[in-house]
Ligand binder design. Structure first.
Ligand code: PHE
Length: 366
């Protein structure tokens, strides 16, 4: 009995005099821990006669409950005062970013698509798109690449199982099928008939069987298409000169239009930009070398006809370029595969602020 009341008064006084949560925990362990005083009493119960055990056990249990209650009460008092003093002394820096570690960046490919869109947007182009899984007709036939044309081999196509109706399907090898999809649109026919002018860009994914430091099986292109009654080769040239100078942010960037061949354009031209190599480093701008950056030409009459329009009435130009390639050139990235490795360190280094939208007046790149 004596034991019980001593233990009780010692325990309750340790609890009430604990001045912080750590001291309170020490008081709890001294009573209810493995070697605690009340735990010790519980252990003696086994050695008692049954009726004694019942009586003494009830008292020990009651004591245990009483002490637990005192612990709980003291714990909430101490917790509240510790919180109050912390709130009093801690200062929150409201100027810190809310999620410093989680702040993401824009991938250079998305950034370059936005830059391209900002430039062509100023020239009156709108953004169009089409499916990545394309049928053979839109990817090739409509574009004047007939079934046995060698250009089909040139493009290293990924073939997919045919549709139920037998239509052969592919992963589109270029963004050019969206030219056909747009020119086939009845709303576009009407707009053209009303004297309007079609101007679209088509940024998107493209696929070819190819894999090395400068080719990945999936890559990105941006297509451009202008069609109306009057657009000629001079417009093609002016448009692409303006685009390249704006994109690379070099006002006197030299350009070279080199005769070339594409089944869907006639005449066709590949466009090179001036550059130089110094100590193995590429510099874009005036120099003694040229870099090919895009393919272009006047839309072939057969393509216009395949889309239900009269090539004697309508004419225009088209171009296509590799987004990944112009991103590498502009931002000095030398391995294409890094674009698709999802390495956070790379993404943080080459990524762009999501809050700074590229614009011709406020700056395109960083
Ligand atoms: N589709 C061509 C390619 O992928 C590029 C191109 C587009 C050329 C439009 C001329 C006109 O290589």
């Amino acid at each position: 009995m004596d034991d019980l009341s001593t233990i009780r008064s010692e325990a309750l006084s340790a609890v009430s005099t604990a001045t912080d949560l750590a001291a309170l925990e020490a008081a709890r362990v001294a009573v209810l821990g493995k070697k605690g005083s009340v735990t010790g009493l519980m252990k003696t119960l086994g050695g008692l006669a049954p009726d004694q055990r019942k009586e003494f056990g009830a008292k020990v249990n009651q004591l245990k409950g009483e002490i637990e209650q005192a612990l709980d009460a003291r714990r909430s008092t101490l917790g509240a005062s510790e919180l109050a003093s912390r709130l009093n002394s801690d200062r929150v820096d409201v100027s810190l970013p809310a999620r410093p570690e989680g702040q993401g960046t824009l991938h250079p490919i998305g950034q370059v698509m936005d830059e391209v869109a900002a430039i062509f947007g100023e020239m009156g182009f709108t953004w169009a798109d089409g499916p990545d899984i394309e049928d053979d007709w839109h990817n090739f036939t409509a574009l004047n690449i007939p079934p046995d044309h060698p250009a089909r081999q040139m493009q290293d196509t990924f073939y997919l199982p045919s549709r139920a109706d037998g239509t052969p399907m592919v992963l589109r090898t270029h963004t050019s099928p969206v030219q056909a999809r747009t020119m086939l649109n009845p709303d576009v026919h009407k707009m053209l008939a009303d004297g309007g002018s079609l101007r679209i860009i088509v940024p998107g994914r493209t696929y070819r069987i190819d894999n090395d430091a400068t080719h990945t099986p999936m890559f990105h292109q941006v297509e451009g298409l202008v069609l109306d009654r009057a657009t000629h080769m001079g417009h093609l040239k002016g448009c692409l000169v303006d685009f390249c100078r704006a994109f690379f942010e070099i006002d006197d960037l030299p350009l070279r239009f080199r005769p070339s061949y594409f089944p869907f354009t006639e005449p066709s031209a590949e466009v090179d930009i001036g550059c130089s190599w110094k100590d193995g480093e590429l510099r874009i701008g005036a120099g003694d070398s040229w870099l090919e950056i895009l393919g272009s030409g006047m839309v072939h009459p057969n393509v216009i006809r395949n889309c239900g329009l009269d090539p004697a009435v309508y004419q225009g130009f088209a171009f296509g370029m590799g987004i990944d390639r112009i991103a590498m050139l502009k931002y000095g990235i030398n391995d294409l595969r890094a674009f698709f490795d999802s390495d956070l360190r790379w993404l943080r280094h080459y990524g762009f602020s999501a809050l700074e939208w590229p614009s011709l007046t406020q700056g395109l790149g960083r």
